[in-house]
Design a protein around this ligand. Structure first.
Ligand SMILES: [Zn+2]
Length: 464
């Protein structure tokens, strides 16, 4: 287990306001500011008289033409709505708004939509308490390309006895912004949880998502579905609900626990959308779990969703979630920081004053490596440089931009998701297997070790 390469900001994502202040100071005069201060430009949304802003301070929003200085050639695909994203055939790429580097997520989403919107649908996930309600609404508005908007109520933080959580998981600011967390036994708890999401502007509501207890499986599952049934009865016209399921990894690994849950999911046809988060063992930042039993549990769940025509969304799973598209998952969640890509048991934070690791996602490896390792790989003849909107600035600046590295990661995995849709006639399995096989061949002679080695690839190969 790593204790040195976790990042301190990833440990306290709710302290966002402090972060913003530091970030503003840091941005002044940086190389990134040149990029972000570029003049506004826009691209026409095909078949409409509207324009998607793809550069400038309002990138990500949709505008009438009057207020942009420049238009880019070509058109972007028309925007799709929530039901088009949930019920249509495209994979759903969900972006988590983390505690850091989220200011320009809407830029990455706009660029992804512009170039790949024919092959992926987009969504965003924020935490109800992650910022003020007004800031949450603003974020949703900024991300006009996100067809699905989710405000995670984070009620599993109340389940310290079931999950492994950091000490005092519900902070003071969380309690003030999500007061329902104060009183889960209140008879209106469920209504308050749903209302908090509505007020922010979420368009796919979640049930509270209290963690399932492996020591009381029957009782836990009953409570989940009772709550789901009551939540359904509280929906207004046009509202949609996802059954929010949080479990320790054991539930996916143990055949008996898995079957109990799967049987109930099967029986409750009213729940068309499953939002499933399973807590992984502590692992190093930016790595994927290689536990074949856990991966197999995810695979079985994905197959169940596919067979039963339900939509399985796997928040906070990063590339592992992408892999599950091969088996029938509809979408997965990823962010630009380590914590938004893996729901793990907590590990120790970075020591104060320790340098933050400079990391780069290598598309050919399906893995994130240290910057110096990237430099070596990039000097080899079989290297394919990234063409995302961020890499030319990222890789030509002397100072490493963690923000650009995060946006590059996000954009690259969005592109990988679009690629499998484009490359598939009949399900994503063959397309994903080809990409994974290529990565396994690519890594073979690279001599990568420790955190730079994509140790998940052999488990993935077995699974596929
Ligand atoms: Zn890139």
């Amino acid at each position: 287990m790593s204790t040195s390469d976790e990042e301190i900001w990833e440990e306290c994502p709710e302290e966002e306001d402090d972060y913003e202040e530091i970030y503003r100071e840091y941005l002044e005069g940086s190389q990134e500011s040149i990029f972000w201060n570029a003049p506004s430009s826009a691209v026409q949304l095909a078949g409409t008289n509207k324009f998607l802003l793809v550069n400038g301070p309002d990138a990500g929003q949709v505008s009438e033409i009057g207020d942009v200085s420049e238009t880019e050639p070509g058109t972007a695909p028309p925007l799709i709505n929530r039901d088009g994203a949930l019920d249509g055939s495209l994979p759903l790429f969900l972006t988590h708004k983390g505690g850091q580097h989220h200011r320009h997520l809407s830029h990455a989403l706009a660029r992804l939509h512009q170039s790949h919107g024919d092959n992926i649908s987009l969504g965003v996930i924020l935490k109800v308490y992650g910022q003020s309600a007004q800031a949450s609404r603003g974020f949703f508005e900024q991300c006009a390309t996100a067809a699905v908007r989710i405000a995670d109520p984070m009620c599993y933080l109340l389940d310290e006895n079931i999950l492994r959580l950091k000490k005092d998981p519900v902070s003071k600011s969380a309690l003030s912004r999500a007061p329902y967390l104060r009183d889960p036994d209140d008879k209106n708890f469920l209504g308050r949880v749903l209302n908090a999401q509505r007020e922010i502007g979420a368009n796919l509501l979640l049930t509270p998502g209290r963690a399932l207890d492996a020591d009381n499986p029957k009782q836990s599952i009953n409570a989940l579905f009772e709550e789901g049934e009551r939540a359904m009865s509280l929906l207004g016209s046009g509202e949609r609900l996802a059954l929010n399921i949080t479990t320790p990894a054991r539930w996916l690994i143990s055949e008996s626990l898995r079957e109990q849950l799967f049987n109930e999911l099967l029986d409750h046809e009213e729940h068309q959308i499953w939002f499933v988060r399973s807590q992984w063992r502590s692992q190093r930042s930016h790595t994927q779990p290689a536990d074949i039993e856990l991966l197999n549990g995810y695979k079985r769940l994905s197959e169940l969703a596919l067979d039963e025509d339900r939509r399985l969304l796997l928040p906070q799973t990063g590339l592992t979630g992408w892999l599950m598209l091969a088996h029938g998952a509809k979408g997965f969640g990823i962010g630009s920081s380590g914590t938004d890509q893996a729901f793990t048991e907590p590990s120790f934070g970075r020591k104060p004053g320790a340098t933050r690791k400079e990391r780069y996602f290598e598309r050919q490896l399906l893995h994130t490596v240290e910057r110096n390792v990237h430099d070596v790989l990039a000097s080899l003849p079989d290297y394919q440089p990234c063409t995302c909107p961020y890499c030319s600035t990222l890789l030509s600046s002397p100072a490493w931009s963690h923000e650009f590295a995060g946006l590059h990661l996000l954009y690259s995995i969005g592109r990988l998701t679009a690629e499998i849709q484009k490359d598939s006639n009949n399900g994503y399995h063959p397309a994903i297997r080809r990409i994974v096989n290529r990565a396994s061949r690519y890594v073979a002679d690279k001599g990568l070790t420790d955190i730079n080695a994509p140790q998940h690839l052999s488990a993935w190969g077995q699974l596929l």
